[in-house]
Each structure stands twice: as C-alpha cells, then as structure tokens.
Design a protein. Structure first.
Length: 168
C-alpha cells in the first residue's frame, strides 16, 4: 500500500477492443493492481490505435490534472497500426527512459520477444505516462518491474520528497 493515494488513468489502445471484437483484459488488470496499492483510478478508456485520439486523451488527462500517472496498454509493438509511443512522445515534455529500459530488461529475462516493445515513458505537465505492452501477462510483468520505484517517482514529480539520497 502506497502512502499517497495517487490518481491514475488507464488507456487501452486496441482496434479490435474498440470495435468490440476483443475483450480488454489488460486495462482492468492494471486498474485492479493500482487500486490494490491505494491509488484512485480516475478514468479508463478503450480507444482504437489512432495516434490523434490517443494523443488527445493523454493531453486532456495531463492538462486537466486529473491523473498523476497514466498507464497505457497496447499499441507498442511493430504492427503498422501500433502508435502509442508516437502518441505519447507527441505530448511529452521530457522522457523518462529508465522506466521503459527496466521494463524491457525484465521482459527480456522472460522472452527474447521483449526487445520488440517500443513503449516509452514520459512526462506531460505534472503527469507521468508509461506505455505498457498489450497482453495482460506482459503488461503485469512490465508494471511489476517498475513498481518498486514508481511511488518515489510520483512523490518526486509532486515535490513530496526531501533528500533523495539513501542513508542506509
């Protein structure tokens, strides 16, 4: 359980999901995991793999300050329609590459296909955006890889930390 009930929004990018041809399992899984940490999930969306629509939603959540953290799932692979990283970068003010590098490293320890993820992590205003893979298993494994530092990252972003150096 985290000390601060951070606000989280979850966006699933899936053409088939948006058409009702596939049930979104990753979005609800991420929602449940974040709520178990004490976070408040302020919104969830299922959008098609459309860069403009994804960018617009990320921008809205960031600009209206309704989310401290946005988790996206889907649209990070090599398919011609996969555009979540591009949508994220189009609204980003700063990148946070270590988060995505840690997720890929964890994924690579499980499967060589982990290197195919193009997910990015970035800041838009005071909101941290993290792109996760679309499969429920990969999304959970990737999120688990960064959970140990995620609360500190959000604390730092919100100015809720003192000296970041550990004394022990």
């Amino acid at each position: 359980m985290w000390n601060t009930p951070y606000r989280v929004a979850v966006l699933t990018a899936s053409d088939k999901g948006a058409k009702g041809e596939r049930i979104d399992e990753s979005g609800p899984l991420l929602k449940k995991k974040m709520e178990a940490l004490g976070c408040v999930v302020t919104d969830t969306r299922l959008l098609p793999d459309d860069q403009a629509a994804i960018s617009s939603q990320l921008q809205t959540w960031s600009e209206d300050d309704s989310a401290d953290l946005i988790l996206t799932t889907g649209g990070t692979g090599l398919s011609p329609r996969d555009c979540t990283p591009e949508a994220t970068l189009s609204v980003a003010h700063r990148q946070v590459p270590g988060i995505s590098e840690a997720m890929r490293a964890r994924s690579l320890s499980i499967t060589p296909r982990g290197m195919l993820s193009r997910g990015v992590s970035a800041l838009c205003h005071n909101t941290l955006i993290i792109n996760l893979p679309g499969s429920p298993k990969a999304a959970e494994e990737s999120l688990d890889a960064v959970l140990p530092v995620l609360e500190h990252a959000l604390d730092t972003l919100r100015g809720n930390t003192g000296d970041c150096a550990r004394t022990t």
